[in-house]
Ligand binder design. Structure first.
Ligand code: FES
Length: 164
């Protein structure tokens, strides 16, 4: 039985389901704070006020504590990433199906390393752990839309569309 109502997901963006999955795995306890913030960071590329509030409220931790964690660890970024975000799932199923090749070809095409944003600020290349769609591995989330059976070709086509 939960004593507190859960806040609604901030939007229909599928990445919130990934964030929610991390919290659920930990029974929505405050011990999940760092790992959940980490999931927001890897899924969205950064944390904004809305996401920090959502996580704090869901885990019943004071907002100041959540902000404290975000500002203490250099790993977290409060800066928005590129205009578009490609998040490659690196969970086991996706890894077996070649997620590392998708990352390598994207890095070459965009001239960035994973976790970085292109020099023109257009595209961020991020990674996430299992996004819960293993049956469609390898999976990439392109601006919140799930791309199953992803290939380098399909990703590069999307990068081209984003470039215009
Ligand atoms: S490992 Fe990629 S969706 Fe599960």
């Amino acid at each position: 039985m939960t004593l507190y109502p859960m806040p609604p997901l901030p939007s229909n963006d599928k990445r919130w389901k990934i964030v929610n999955g991390t919290m659920r795995r930990h029974g929505y306890t405050r011990h999940a704070l760092i790992e959940t913030l980490h999931t927001v960071q890897t899924s969205f590329g950064y944390l904004d006020d809305e996401s920090i509030r959502f996580v704090a409220k869901s885990l019943h931790v004071p907002l100041s504590q959540a902000y404290g964690v975000v500002t203490f660890y250099h790993y977290f970024s409060l800066k928005p990433p590129g205009k578009h975000t490609a998040t490659v799932c690196t969970g086991t199923a996706c890894y077996i199906k070649g997620a590392d090749r998708l990352i390598a070809s994207s890095e070459r095409h965009l001239d960035v390393k994973q976790g970085e944003t292109t020099a023109d600020g257009n595209i961020s290349l991020m990674t996430a752990r299992c996004v819960g769609a293993c049956g469609r591995a390898p999976v990439v989330i392109m601006d919140g839309e799930l791309m199953g059976d992803a290939t380098s070709e399909k990703m590069l086509e999307q990068f081209e569309r984003w470039a215009v």
